[in-house]
Design a protein around this ligand. Structure first.
Ligand code: HEC
Length: 146
């Protein structure tokens, strides 16, 4: 005969297990660290795109564009150690690192171009296209729609 005490203990344990499973299912829906990072990238991207759109915008927000470009260099560097996308898409880690390096390189070039006060809005807008290409090159391989 199973004691009542024992049954209660098992029930309590099961209850905890169910609650834990529920929690981890919930945390899977919460943004991954890379998603959080990409949200910051997206903010910088929007600031830059808005800033290079027109000549008056560019003139007004050049400093903000420089700051966003610099932050993006850091975010690109911070992305490099992530191994989850390679595992998920069954791609070699070197490929991920290469794409991150490209992104760092192009962001650095862009930051340098916009830091030059001689740079015009048209130059800046065209220069940013090289950075955007690095976003798409990586997303094409590592961010397939789930
Ligand atoms: C080296 C690869 C790589 C580069 C370069 C890259 N991304 Fe991403 N990005 C990813 C991956 C992988 C995800 C999916 C993350 C996830 O779902 O965990 C992602 C997700 C995103 C998301 C969705 C975030 C969300 O909340 O789901 C946005 C927006 C984004 N990237 C914008 C950009 C922009 C803009 C650039 C360029 C300025 C860029 N990314 C460059 C790999 C990259």
């Amino acid at each position: 005969m199973i004691s009542r005490k024992f049954t209660v203990a098992v029930a309590a344990m099961l209850g905890t297990a169910v609650a834990t499973a529920g929690l981890s299912a919930m945390s899977a829906r919460v943004d991954s660290p890379l998603e959080k990072l990409m949200e910051k990238v997206q903010e910088d991207n929007s600031k830059i795109l808005k800033g290079v759109r027109t000549a008056p915008n560019y003139k007004k927000s050049q400093d903000e564009i420089i700051a966003a470009a610099k932050e993006m260099i850091q975010l690109a560097k911070d992305s490099k150690p992530f191994t989850e996308p390679g595992k998920k898409e069954k791609q070699p880690q070197e490929k991920w690192e290469q794409l991150c390096d490209e992104w760092v390189k192009e962001s650095e070039k862009f930051a340098e171009i916009v830091s030059n006060k001689e740079t015009t809005q048209v130059d800046a807008k065209n220069a940013y296209k090289a950075v955007q290409k690095t976003c798409t090159d990586c997303h094409d391989v590592f961010r397939k729609e789930d």
